[in-house]
Design a binder for this molecule. Structure first.
Ligand code: ARG
Length: 589
């Protein structure tokens, strides 16, 4: 369905046509002077240049033509040539009734027929998730939901870091501790055990120990390197051990991501791309794209218009080993084969931007993807502590994601216990829901590319631009609706929204009317922060309306049912948006 902005623009277009001006000039935008009007059209200014007339003259002609419009309460020409618009209250109410009965909040499926692969998460197996992985998970999950809501066929891929030296280190360390295991017996013929020889806690200890050892002990370092090569060449015992490392890690990762309400359609990793590498390298060679440089095989990707150096993309080292870029290119080969995507979107730390520039350029040059396939890199900024440096534990170490979540839940719990009378058990449950919202909203409300400061006290505040404030607003609405239902005893709540009676009510209605254009544009511009800004404005508008009116005490019953219908739509819009952001509201707070 059309957005309210489109309907207003259409109305302006009829006037531009009638006055014989180009309809492209009829574009309407939100007013930047809300004290004067709600919407505005600046087309008369542009028209003045084309038609060599005074802008005010043009604006006046347009305005005169629209005096009887069923959409506008007032439309006036203001010097030097602005057209200021306020909407008729019953037009806005009519629009909201269209929205309430639409099954996707008035959003057109802009992505229908298109497939997008979203690569986010990027955890490394056998290493615990730390705060560095938080943003990838939170932003990626929200984009997945947003794209899906907008009609795209979405494949979310966790893209595990499950290849390379870390695997060799774990294998070699296991070897040192348990040389008797069959994985290390070259003559072993039987079936390898189905039970892993380590737990996740073991792995979390084995990896750092091995990593440290390799820095101090050359013999061990060489052995770990050799184990990596053997694994990559397909040694059966090492392969079996590798499957164990993977399985044990994935169980733990899934548990962690579930706590964040993040999930993935596919659990592929760097290792899945390896079979595609030989053919891909051959194709690069056949196309004459690969050449030797300082002992490595590279593809040149510098372009004339570059203002800074873009180093060649390294495909193969002199010892034949492949690199991060090789794996990402081979992953694209696989994605093209399996999903034929229209877009591949990477949600990764912005410090990896150069890597993706090199990979994207090589993929295009080599025809690994179709020319029309969009490759998008959404590089996110760092989550910093209050000191402005990357977030650390109090002791200065890397913070585990699990602990960060526990800390924020605990802080919310203390707050709830301090000023509420819910049971401790209930407070625990509520604090998990609210804690997650605080964390996710605190992150998503910032533009993804920017760094931000992680500030528990601010994030968990029930006031201001925070997750808990949004949830509090939803809980308040739910509570009014429940009380209304209890008082009236009616099973069905009213659904007809009436023309606004007061200013704060109209302002709330105008905010709600923007939901579809906001959801569509947040998706098109890959900007979940805009969705946050929107629900903050809706919440503010609702709370002013609530402040101005005694909803439950209202004597005029028709008016009261109109308000109840408005509350339902407000609740549904807020709920839809928070679901797209990746969190939910509790029943009470
Ligand atoms: N595992 C990588 C890391 O921890 C992130 C992977 C990002 N995705 C990709 N396709 N390269 O840095």
């Amino acid at each position: 369905m059309k957005t309210i902005l489109e309907l207003i623009t259409d109305e302006l277009k009829t006037a531009f046509t009638a006055c014989e001006y180009d309809t492209d000039l009829a574009k309407v935008v939100l007013s930047n002077r809300p004290d004067l009007c709600e919407y505005q059209c600046n087309g008369a200014m542009a028209a003045a240049k084309i038609y060599h007339k005074a802008p005010i003259q043009i604006a006046e002609a347009i305005v005169a033509n629209l005096q009887n419009s069923p959409l506008f309460e007032t439309i006036e020409a203001v010097k030097p040539g602005f057209i200021n618009i306020t909407l008729k209250k019953d037009f806005v109410a009519w629009y909201l009734s269209q929205l309430s009965s639409h099954d996707a909040m008035g959003c057109d499926p802009i992505g229908e027929g298109k497939t997008v692969v979203i690569d986010y998460g990027g955890p490394n197996v056998a290493k615990p998730l730390h705060v560095g992985h938080l943003r990838a998970a939170i932003i990626g999950e929200s984009l997945k939901r947003l794209y899906r809501f907008n009609g795209y066929n979405v494949i979310s891929d966790v893209h595990l870091g499950d290849w390379g030296l870390q695997m060799g280190l774990i294998i070699e360390e296991t070897h040192a501790r348990h040389p008797e295991l069959p994985y290390f017996d070259p003559d072993f013929q039987g079936e390898y055990p189905t039970e892993a020889p380590f737990t996740i806690s073991d792995l979390e200890e084995i990896y750092p120990t091995a990593s440290k050892k390799s820095k101090e002990d050359e013999v061990f370092a060489k052995a770990a390197h050799d184990a990596t090569v053997k694994l990559q060449q397909g040694n059966p015992g090492y392969r079996a051990l590798f499957r164990h490392i993977l399985n044990v890690s994935i169980v733990d990762l899934k548990r962690n991501y579930a706590n964040l309400q993040v999930d993935f359609d596919v659990w592929k990793g760097e290792s899945d791309a390896q079979p595609y590498i030989p053919d891909m390298i051959q194709s690069l060679k056949d196309q004459g794209l690969l050449h030797e440089s300082q002992g490595a095989m590279v593809v040149d990707v510098q372009e004339e218009s570059d203002t800074k150096e873009v180093p060649p993309c390294i495909i193969q080292k002199s010892d034949g080993a492949s690199l991060y870029a090789t794996t990402d290119l081979a992953t694209l080969v696989e994605r093209e084969k399996l999903y034929h995507p229209d877009e591949v979107l990477y949600v990764v730390d912005k410090r990896q931007e150069m890597h993706f520039t090199q990979v994207f350029r090589t993929a295009r040059k080599a025809g690994i993807i179709r020319p029309e396939t969009k490759l998008t890199f959404l590089g996110f900024g760092t989550m910093n502590g209050k000191d402005g440096k990357p977030f650390k534990t109090r002791e200065g170490g890397v913070m585990r994601l699990e602990h960060l979540i526990q800390d924020i839940d605990e802080a919310v719990f203390q707050r709830i216990m301090a000023n509420r009378t819910v049971s401790e058990e209930e407070a625990r449950q509520i604090s998990q829901i609210v804690g997650l919202a605080a964390l996710k909203y605190g992150d998503l409300s910032n533009q993804a590319t920017k760094n931000y400061i992680f500030d528990v006290d601010r994030f968990i505040s029930f006031e201001g631009n925070t997750g808990p404030y949004i949830l509090y607003t939803i809980v308040r609405i739910k509570s009014i609706l429940a009380k209304y239902q209890e008082a009236t005893g009616c099973a069905e709540l009213p659904t007809e929204i009436l023309a606004a009676a007061g200013d704060s009510e109209k302002n709330l209605q105008l905010q709600l009317a923007k939901v579809n254009e906001t959801i569509n544009s947040s998706c098109e511009d890959i900007a979940p922060h805009r969705l946050c800004q929107y629900i903050y404005e809706v919440s503010n508008a609702f709370n002013s309306f609530y402040h101005d009116n005694k909803i439950l005490g209202e004597e005029d019953k028709a008016k009261q049912s109109g308000w109840i219908a408005l509350l339902i739509l407000t609740r549904d819009i807020l709920n839809t948006c928070i679901t797209l952001l990746g969190f939910e509201a509790p029943e009470k707070m």
